[in-house]
Design a protein around this ligand. Sequence first.
Ligand code: GDP
Ligand code: MG
Length: 174
Amino acid sequence: MTNSNKIKLVVMGASRVGKSAVTVRYLTKRYIGEYSSSTDMIYRHNTTIDNTTTEVEILDTCKCSSTGCLYDHIRWGEAFVIVYSVTDKTSFLEAQFLLGKVGEIKLPTYFSTLLLGNKRDLDHFRKICVDEGQELSLAYSCQFYEVSAAENFAGVSLAFQTLLREARSIQLLK
Ligand code: GDP
Ligand code: MG
């Protein structure tokens, strides 16, 4: 029996895009505002997916200077949340780079990926439109949501739950 009720999820993306904010929002429903960014954090959490209790390990990464670290994170994970800020073009390019890396390192194993555009509340400062996020997600065959960790728990929760459901379905196929 290879199916286990555990999913390893990695949250990646450029610095300051809100990786910790979306992770903490998903786990606690709360938005605190400032988060430690100097270390990787791992959280364990139980959730119900299609009537099955599933343990989720979430690795909230900080910016890694070494590519070895990035490689280890991707090797470890089965599901990936790649976050960019809709106000930051560089973070969108970084997300594109990470989508490529995940594919390169994980294939031919199955994995699930969610591209997450955060900070949608900052519409005045928007640099990346919804269509660009959508197009990128289509190019990499991954899920896509725009959210605001600051203003909306429901959107963050829906995005994570949708990813986890896909990851669980993949595990059941193995
Ligand atoms: P990380 O480095 O990617 O983990 O980013 P953080 O979660 O530490 O967030 C970086 C900064 O962006 C913090 O000041 C957060 O309060 C802010 N931030 C995170 N999410 C949002 C959001 O949805 N909207 C706004 N306006 N600010 C956010
Ligand atoms: Mg962080």
